[in-house]
Design a protein around this ligand. Structure first.
Ligand SMILES: NC(=O)c1ccc[n+]([C@@H]2O[C@H](COP(=O)([O-])OP(=O)(O)OC[C@H]3O[C@@H](n4cnc5c(N)ncnc54)[C@H](O)[C@@H]3O)[C@@H](O)[C@H]2O)c1
Length: 517
């Protein structure tokens, strides 16, 4: 392939033209007016200049790439292209009109690709006489930096069309994944629980915006918190994508938007672009963002009142305690602190009268656990998914009967282990386990429904939205059974069908296998 066409010279079309030209192709770039084309070319030039300044590109290669980009305001010019990518505004009527015209102008063998992020590839293809040669080619913003391309097959896209599009994406230095034409494709669907559950946690008053973002970053290793991300993307865009996926799935509860999204949009608190969203921004810099970790580099001293600690269930945690200077005991009754990595571990043990009891509480609420223990005021929940050892921050959940002195002591105890804490309400699934379990559940649904293969789903989430781990591989590491238990707990506790576990996840647990196998 030597010559491609790009329709639309905006943020995405310009980026696509740039990567194709850098890969050595002649690019015919179309837009409705000369002004839009000049602006588009200006953005491409600045982007290439930045690569040159950073030493990533030679000036000669930049100039050669720019010379390969040819501007046109005549769609008929696309007749000379061997492959066309459309990146016009996100309107079904407009895209169907553009595809109808492209179908008339371009020779029969030419593949027509759309960069739509939320519309049906099948419906766009139906505006042409060649639905077998229409495909989704979903790039991510900014195109020159983001490696991922979702190659989306509509109901009538031929395997050959998908294969050629995959090859072309590779030739442009991208990592393509194959997806079926379903609402949100892979990334915009599987990522929904990240803001979705964050909004629910906030709406249920379990934790604040800053707490949720800190837990997402310092406990679950997401590069950005869900609220920081919503501010970056824009609340209007976030809300529109959410609604679109919800409606296209005929009101599936897993995708139900939250009233807080609508309220933020009504208040024009759209995020970075309006200078205020969940956080405030000055000169595009966040003013009041979530704090980093405090205790990871400078742990607090060991608790003087604690002699022996008993850990029920996790060797890694025992080592962490010893490294911090605590003495471990197997005698539960003698321990000043008992750490139960599973609530069941507390069954039939005799706790000391004044022991501080720390219980992993992602599968039962603290209040439920404490109701079975003689001194519920001494019980505090903590998040153990991911494991405490892997975290810089631990969420501490306060049950209905937990005493203030108890959760304060629990916070000091974790600080002495080099862990920051966030003291939160007794919501089901806590924060990190709920975010991860719901993402894994959505990925399992996408896998079960054949939207994409397991490896492609994980790759898409890592490259498209920078997740620290693919959600399926992550669930396998945590253990599918534990993920299932978090979801069952959320489902039972809330009665909300959005938490019903994916049948495929259940089967994996019953079979004792993994999601990725
Ligand atoms: N911006 C993103 O983060 C992003 C990410 C992935 C996919 N997309 C999708 O890419 C497409 C383009 O988005 P964008 O962010 O580049 O938008 P944009 O507004 O930056 O660019 C759209 C361009 O299309 C031009 N245009 C208007 N009418 C046209 C027509 N009839 N024919 C051809 N071009 C026309 C506009 O002049 C403009 O230059 C949309 O479908 C969007 O959903 C966007």
């Amino acid at each position: 392939m030597k010559r491609i066409g790009v329709v639309g010279a905006g943020a995405m079309g310009g980026g696509i033209a740039q990567v194709a030209a850098l890969a050595g192709l002649e690019v015919l770039l179309y837009d409705v007016g000369a002004g839009q084309l000049e602006a588009g070319l200006g953005r491409i030039r600045s982007s290439l200049d930045r690569f040159v300044q950073r030493g990533k590109l030679s000036a000669a290669d930049r100039d050669a790439a720019l010379q390969r980009i040819h501007l046109t305001t005549a769609l008929q010019g696309m007749a000379n292209a061997e492959f066309v990518v459309e990146a016009a505004p996100e309107s079904l009527a407009l895209k169907r009109q553009v595809f109808g015209e492209l179908d008339r102008e371009c020779p029969a063998g030419v593949i027509l690709a759309t960069n739509t992020s939320s519309l049906s590839v099948t419906e766009i293809a139906a505006a042409t006489s060649r639905p077998d040669r229409v495909v989704g080619m979903h790039f991510f913003n900014p195109v020159p930096l983001m490696k991922l391309v979702e190659v989306v097959s509509g109901a009538r896209t031929s395997p050959g069309t998908a294969r050629i599009t995959m090859e072309l994406a590779c030739q442009w230095g991208k990592t393509p994944v194959q997806a079926k034409d379903t609402p949100g494709f892979i990334v915009n669907r599987v990522a929904r629980p990240f803001p979705g559950e964050a909004l629910r946690l906030l709406g249920e008053n379990v934790a604040t915006v800053r707490q949720i973002d800190r837990v997402a970053k310092l406990a679950a290793h997401f590069r950005m918190g869900p609220f920081e991300l919503m501010d970056l993307v824009g609340m209007d865009v976030n809300y529109a994508v959410n609604r679109s996926v919800f409606e296209q799935f005929f009101f599936e509860p897993r995708f139900r938007p939250h009233p807080l999204q609508a309220q933020m949009v009504m208040a024009n608190l759209l995020g970075r672009k309006t200078g205020a969203g969940w956080y405030r921004y000055e000169s595009d810099q966040i003013v009041d963002g979530p704090a980093g970790s405090q205790y990871a580099t400078a742990p607090a001293p060991c608790l003087e009142e604690v002699g022996d600690v008993c850990v029920l269930g996790d060797d890694g945690l025992g080592q962490l305690l010893q490294d911090a200077g605590y003495l471990l005991t197997e005698n539960v009754g003698h321990a000043e602190v008992v750490v139960a990595c599973e609530p069941e571990a507390l069954e039939q043990v005799h706790l000391g009268y004044d022991s501080l009891v720390l219980v992993e509480a992602s599968r039962l609420t603290v209040t439920e656990i404490a109701a079975r223990i003689p001194r519920p005021e001494r019980v505090v929940g903590f998040g153990g998914i991911p494991s405490v050892v892997e975290r810089q921050l631990v969420e501490i959940a306060v049950g209905m009967r937990t005493a203030e002195a108890t959760w304060q002591q629990a916070a000091r105890f974790f600080h002495s282990l080099g862990k920051d804490t966030e003291v939160i309400g007794d919501g089901p699934g806590l924060i990190a386990p709920r975010l991860i379990a719901c993402l894994a559940n959505e990925a399992a649904y996408a896998l079960m429904e054949g939207v994409a293969g397991g490896a492609d789903i994980d790759t898409a989430m890592q490259l498209g939205v920078n997740y620290p781990n693919g959600p399926l591989a992550w669930a396998d590491e945590i253990g599918p059974r534990r993920v299932l238990q978090v979801l069952e707990h959320l489902h039972r506790h809330t009665g909300d069908d959005r938490y019903r576990p994916c049948p495929y996840l259940r089967k994996v647990v019953l079979a004792g296998t993994t999601l990725r196998s």
